[in-house]
Design a protein around this ligand. Structure first.
Ligand code: RAM
Length: 945
């Protein structure tokens, strides 16, 4: 059925694409297809298809109606934009009649093309308004305090509460909606069927400030008569273990927001006679424990199937022995809002690749890929048989599961059989692990591959990017990057999915944010997390080192290179998706942060040596995991200050805030001046007063000493345009010289690795950028691939075939995306896809061709694509015997500047015509070894002979 539908769909798109004029498709509201939202003016978008080249929209008309029948020009009762001139196809705010809670809005759109001809109306789409005011929540917070249970030697893991209530639904049900949230995690069932398919709901927030809810259409799950509402709760981020608090011996190690997980649910039904009824969580619900004996995100789940209260989630169950649910007071200031992000889901299943026998009757299953998720098991045995599942990313050379790098995360699931002769299946509900290998112990027979199924979980961000070359190492690297993003974009952007950390480290998030936008549509994912970031802003205006920000360790405050995520992430989302709401809503918080920087700089607009000696570690994390002498963290902090001021100026401009545009433009200039005066000499070389740092005690790797003349310094200065344009080339030369001195090997850490290749490209050193990119020697991306990685590692040599695990246990994650930020260069430079206007309304295609003559070690063919807000951009180049072949796809309603690498003497064909006579593209000129053409929508092929 699914296949048929998608065939039909593609057939539709196909006819659309062949037709003249414009066809709007992929109608979305708040980045989602037919969502529930509580935005009072939700933003609409569509993508345009056309069979003609050079097509643009000159006007559009949107209709919004409260019923499908009313969705006509004559009857549209909520909004009719009439013919509205303009190119906009996204971020269009609804400006019709005010919308009240629960309203379903049906909408469609049509577009006028370049000739002023209107196209067909799109198919109808819809959105539904959630509960807009907190007082529409009549349900109580209910739960069962089991905190006194489950105290072990190390871990305190109480069982999961089970809650239930039977309700009577009358005949003639028309519509039913279930609104649910929890402090903790919930799974909700109606008559034994799980509501929705999301995982780890309702997500992690600063629960004192806000909690999100989900809305489910449960109309078809209810029947006339008795119905069972049932829910299991877990401790999750609210009441469970978080981060490294146990490892660092923080006084609090769990229950950072509260001890007792709580449920709030409201079932609202509407009958065909117009009457309504609601069923709410309250003191009439019943509560008990069940089969889930332990349940924790970091530590895993224990399920005793013998304790399953059979039928508890269905009607007719006798709950007379269950306790009364306890009602808990609300915090009046806590907001309850619609979950704005993409739901966390099982996005893929993975089958076992191989099974290895282990001593003592255990087995290790290799899933063939490092990922984040859980496994489902299928086993048979006697009642009381206990299956223990442990998870690891790697094996020791002797075949043992390597779990040392999980540190204090127990990451163990246990299933106790009930003894069903037919066999039993189980999967945990409220935990996840980062792993490739699963060790199964306690089974009385040799299992087959079907004993375990890998369930990949992650925020369901649509795949938008692709990257393929004729170089196997590079293809594997790209796969590693995407898998690592999937494993770490789980409700929030985390550092890693496996050890006792898994928190929203802001430094990792900011260096990787732009890369993420090339792989997947992360607009709504960041819509959610940027709120977490702003909620976590510290009193002094700084952004924390992780968000959400419970007190995992007293000394965690803020850090240069990390805290700037508060500016950089919204900026990247604005650039990729044209999102200005994130700017205007976040402006007060972002401005406070800029004030914090100004205050910190004490009127000097530069951070001199030891400016951050008061934080822990001194100076912050600096160029984390870099090699050699340290780049002064204060210098980097100063660069970031200028960069943030620039981004603020640009964002102010985007929302027509002239005053702040000027203010931040001036600050940017002041910082640059002060930074160069302090940190560079007359020749443009970066320097620092190394003596000021003394013996470096308290600084990260401070004993190595400090110098301003580092790869990281120049890479960042070029990337952030700290130096005067006229000096850029010089900085590039310094960078090249430093690399040369280092045997053409990178020495950059988290802050230096991302800008390194872009900075080389920007200064005319593409060949060297490729050399680093294609290297297989330590330290490099290729080295990791050569060591058998399927994800990006925290360290280049987290594991080596030669030395095994050099840094075991301490800090050694095999799924850490920070170094994956090279993705930005892969798409932006190697494929040359660069937005010149937010949302790719206009963009450059300026591919940088890999050096010739490297054979299999090089790249001769590269193809990248990206589905933007406007549609799919493709950039493909291939070096053949007869010259260079470049293929480009420009989506409808956009204009591209295509920079074709070519020498003056070379002949260029555009779609088989001589380029100077081409009717399909407009010749703009030549510049630095490129012929530049402008092209509207369509597919183009250029041949450079
Ligand atoms: C590590 C985290 C993260 C990094 C911080 C400073 O433990 O995993 O990647 O940002 O420390």
């Amino acid at each position: 059925m699914k296949i048929l539908v998608s065939l039909l769909l593609s057939a539709c798109v196909f006819t659309g694409a062949n037709a003249k004029g414009l066809d709007p498709t992929y109608l979305r509201c708040e980045y989602k297809v037919n969502p529930v939202t509580d935005q009072k003016s939700p933003r609409l978008s569509w993508e345009l298809q056309s069979g003609e080249n050079n097509q643009v929209q000159t006007a559009y008309q949107i209709l919004v109606a409260s019923t499908p029948e009313n969705l006509t020009e004559a009857k549209a009762d909520l909004w009719n934009t009439n013919k509205t001139n303009g190119r906009a196809t996204y971020q269009i705010e609804y400006k019709g009649k005010p919308l009240s809670s629960r309203t379903i809005c049906y909408w469609k759109v049509r577009s006028w093309d370049k000739n002023g001809v209107p196209g067909k109306w799109s198919d109808a789409a819809s959105w539904e308004m959630g509960l807009l005011a907190k007082n529409e929540w009549k349900a109580d917070w209910i739960g069962l305090d089991l905190d006194h249970l489950g105290k072990g030697k190390i871990y305190h893991l109480p069982p999961a509460p089970y809650l239930r209530k039977q309700v009577v639904i009358k005949k003639g049900l028309k519509k039913a909606r279930l609104y649910v949230t929890a402090l903790g995690l919930y799974e909700f069932q109606i008559n034994g069927k799980k509501a929705g398919d999301a995982f780890l709901t309702p997500g992690w927030t600063d629960y004192d400030k806000r909690v999100y809810y989900q809305t489910y259409d449960v109309t078809s799950d209810l029947k006339p008569g008795e119905n069972a509402l049932a829910s299991q709760l877990s401790y999750g981020w609210y009441a469970g273990y978080l981060g490294y608090s146990l490892l660092v011996q923080n006084p609090v190690v769990r229950a950072f927001y509260g001890k007792v997980p709580l449920l709030k649910a409201q079932l609202e039904v509407e009958y065909s006679d117009g009457t309504k009824e609601s069923f709410m969580t309250d003191q009439t619900w019943k509560a008990s424990t069940g089969a889930i004996l332990e349940s924790d995100l970091l530590n895993g789940e224990t399920y005793d199937a013998r304790l399953e209260p059979t039928g508890w989630n269905k009607g007719g169950f006798d709950d007379s022995k269950w306790e009364k649910a306890q009602v808990f007071a609300d915090k009046p200031e806590r907001l309850i809002q619609v979950y704005p992000g993409p739901p966390v889901k099982v996005t893929q299943t993975l089958e076992v690749k191989t099974i290895a026998d282990r001593p003592g009757g255990s087995y290790i299953f290799d899933m063939g890929q490092n990922f984040a998720g859980i496994v489902g098991i299928k086993v048979k045995g006697a009642a009381g048989d206990t299956i223990r599942l442990r998870f690891g990313e790697k094996l020791h050379p002797d075949g043992r599961l390597m779990t040392e790098n999980l540190r204090m995360a127990r990451a163990t699931d246990t299933y106790i059989l009930k003894g069903d002769p037919q066999g039993e299946t189980w999967e945990p509900q409220f935990t996840f692990h980062g792993f490739q290998y699963v060790e199964l112990a306690g089974l009385g027979y040799k299992p087959g591959k079907d004993a375990i199924l890998g369930l990949v979980i992650g925020s369901d961000t649509p795949k938008t990017g692709s990257f393929e070359t004729d170089n196997a190492m590079v293809n594997q690297l790209y796969s590693n990057i995407d898998w690592t993003q999937r494993a770490n974009y789980i409700d929030i952007p985390t550092d890693c999915p496996q050890r006792d950390e898994r928190i929203g480290w802001t430094g990792d998030a900011q260096v990787y944010a732009k890369s993420a936008t090339f792989n997947r549509d992360v607009a709504s994912f960041f819509t959610k997390w940027v709120v977490d970031l702003n909620d976590a802003q510290r009193k002094d205006g700084s952004y924390p080192v992780y968000a959400p920000a419970p007190d995992l360790r007293k000394s965690d405050t803020f850090s240069p290179g990390w805290m700037e995520a508060g500016i950089i992430c919204p900026y990247q989302i604005y650039r990729a998706y044209g999102d200005t709401r994130m700017i205007s809503e976040g402006w007060p918080a972002m401005s406070r942060f800029m004030d914090f920087l100004e205050k910190r700089s004490k009127g000097g607009y530069v951070f001199k040596e030891n400016a951050f000696a008061d934080i822990d570690p001194k100076g912050g994390f600096g160029d984390w995991l870099s090699f050699g002498k340290k780049t002064p963290p204060d210098m980097l902090a100063s660069f970031y200050y200028a960069y943030c001021a620039d981004l603020m100026a640009e964002m102010a401009g985007a929302v027509n805030n002239q005053k702040d545009f000027q203010k931040y433009t001036q600050i940017g200039a002041k910082v640059r001046k002060a930074v160069l005066a302090h940190y560079s000499d007359a020749s443009g070389k970066f320097k620092t007063d190394a003596k000021a740092y003394g013996n470096g005690a308290g600084y990260v790797d401070g004993a190595l000493g400090f110098t301003g003349h580092t790869q990281t310094a120049y890479a960042n200065a070029i990337y952030m345009k700290i130096i005067d344009k006229s000096q850029t080339k010089k900085s590039g030369d310094f960078l090249v010289a430093l690399l040369k001195e280092n045997g053409n090997k990178l020495g950059t850490g988290f802050l230096g690795a991302k800008p390194l290749l872009p900075a080389l490209s920007a200064t005319g050193n593409t060949d060297l950028a490729y050399r680093l990119f294609l290297s297989k020697e330590f330290p490099s991306w290729g080295f990791e691939v050569e060591q058998g990685s399927t994800t990006i590692w925290e360290r280049w040599d987290s594991f080596t075939k030669e030395d095994g695990f050099k840094y075991n246990a301490a800090m050694n994650s095999f799924s850490h995306y920070a170094f994956g930020a090279v993705c930005e260069w892969m798409f932006g430079n190697a494929a040359g896809i660069q937005a010149t206007q937010p949302g790719f309304a206009t963009f450059d295609i300026k591919p940088e061709i890999a050096p010739d003559g490297m054979g299999k070690e090089g790249i001769n063919h590269l193809k990248a694509s990206l589905v933007t807000m406007n549609g799919k951009v493709v950039s493909e180049w291939e070096r053949g015997n007869s010259g260079l072949n470049l293929k480009v796809n420009v989506p409808v309603n956009t204009v591209a500047r295509i920079h074709i690498p070519s020498e003056k003497s070379q002949q260029i064909l555009a779609n088989k015509e001589n380029i100077s006579k081409s009717k399909s593209v407009k010749l703009i000129g030549t510049e630095n070894g490129h012929t530049i053409v402008e092209a509207g929508s369509g597919s183009y092929e250029f041949v450079v002979k």
